[in-house]
Design a protein around this ligand. Structure first.
Ligand code: FAD
Length: 379
């Protein structure tokens, strides 16, 4: 039976990044992924953005602490030296009646995003000429967001994990676990594979609660929620167009320029059981109507729809750290819609907690409170 220090379950951005951090700290790491390829589920289906005004307080803190990784990635993981984030700006738009909500939102985010500012409908229209000025009561500009190279990010961590002796097995679905006589874990995976390990990291995304039960840990109430995306072709889409996101929770949507087309989303949040997600046609139809009301894009048909599951704990914060009951079982789940943008800092935090280190200084400097992500808060 093969023996490791840490067994990581899941090969999305969460598993690969924390696996890397632990391997470079000297741990013998094995990563098991149920699918034939890594990043097959949510990680391979994202909108690929870093938005500092997105998510709740703990998410925004981890996102801020991840910024420099995207603009100046470490040379050993990314030898070509190219940044993993390209400049993008974001405009949150509020329809009639929601201007005050936007102002409250601005007060909440301005601490970590000091450049965020309220702009008029006319200013928003000047930046996004397809916006109908009459639709917009107020807007909030985040000028320095990023468009992220998700595949490059994932590849870099994979390269680093292997360079530090970490191993990766695909088609290896973890399906059982028991304690050994000396208090370690014996873990079984597809087709009769068995491993022993000291620590287990649960980075199983939408399946995190199911995986926890295999280890005798109590589910924390992880909820996978469907998010659909579709592409729209249009002539002369400006590649530098700001991303536009409606703050109307009753009728949400967003769109941005992407490779000569518009990438659009209904920003849907429908709870689902973990599965290989398919897009929601009714939500897409609603978004087409909403975008056509707010803009002059004039969507008639769509291309390449897809969907993924964004997975949330009940309070919307990630779940990072030791299980309160199952010894040496660590959570690294509940990444929500932010697992890419907060990935680099969250992985350093997750590794620090497993290794018994302090919260990394740059993360603490954002005002981040570690209690807000510990699994014990949900017990
Ligand atoms: C449409 C959409 C747009 C998004 N846009 C953004 C964005 O712009 N910016 C951003 O930061 N985030 C975005 N997100 C969210 C982001 O993609 C996720 O937070 C992130 O990918 C989650 O990563 P993960 O590794 O936790 O999950 P996953 O990528 O789903 O990985 C979990 C893995 O665990 C594996 N697994 C499960 N059970 C087992 C088992 N028993 N044994 C072995 N393996 C197992 C699964 O097969 C899976 O590969 C978006 C998500 C969606 C769907």
């Amino acid at each position: 039976m093969e023996d490791f220090d840490v067994l990581v379950i899941g090969g999305g951005i969460a598993g690969i990044s924390i696996g890397y951090e632990l391997s470079q700290a000297g741990q013998r790491v094995l990563l098991l992924e149920a699918e034939a390829t890594l990043a097959y589920h949510t990680t391979g289906r994202s909108a690929a953005t870093w938005l500092s005004t997105y998510g709740n307080g703990p998410v925004r803190a981890l996102t801020a602490a991840s910024h420099d990784y995207f603009t100046a990635p470490p040379a050993d993981l990314h030898p070509d030296g190219a940044p993993l984030g390209k400049p993008l700006s974001l405009i949150h738009i509020a329809p009639d009646g929601l201007g005050d909500v936007l102002k409250t939102f601005h007060d909440e985010v301005v601490g970590l995003t000091p450049d965020a500012r309220i702009i008029t409908a006319e200013e928003a229209h000047a930046m996004v000429p397809v916006l109908r000025t009459a639709w917009v009561e107020a807007a909030l500009l985040e000028p320095y967001a990023l468009e992220v190279d998700v595949a490059g990010l994932h590849q870099g961590y994979k390269r680093g994990l292997k360079a530090h002796g970490g191993e990766i097995r695909t088609l290896a679905k973890v399906d059982g676990a028991e304690r050994t006589a000396d208090g370690r874990w014996k873990v079984s995976a597809s087709v009769g594979q068995e491993f022993t390990t000291t620590y287990v990291v649960n980075a199983a995304g939408a399946w995190a609660d199911q995986v926890a039960e295999l280890f005798g840990a109590k589910p924390v109430g992880i909820e996978p929620r469907l998010r659909s995306v579709f592409m729209v072709s249009a002539p002369d889409v400006d590649p530098h167009l700001p991303m536009v996101m409606s703050i109307d929770a009753e009728n949400p949507f967003y769109f941005k320029a992407d490779a000569g087309q518009y990438l659009c989303s209904p920003a849907d949040t429908t709870p689902m059981k973990p599965h290989d997600a398919k897009h929601d046609e009714l939500e897409i139809a609603r978004a087409i109507e909403a975008i056509n009301e707010a803009t002059t894009i004039g969507i008639k048909g769509i291309r390449t729809p897809w969907a993924g599951l964004r997975t949330f704990a009940p309070d919307g914060s990630p779940v990072i750290g030791p299980d309160p009951v199952a010894e040496n079982f660590y959570w690294y789940a509940g990444q929500g819609g932010f697992g890419i943008q907060m990935g680099p800092a969250a992985a350093r935090l997750g590794a620090a907690l497993l290794l018994g280190h302090d919260v990394p200084e740059d993360i603490a400097a954002t005002g981040f409170d570690v209690a807000s992500v510990l699994p014990a808060r949900l017990a």
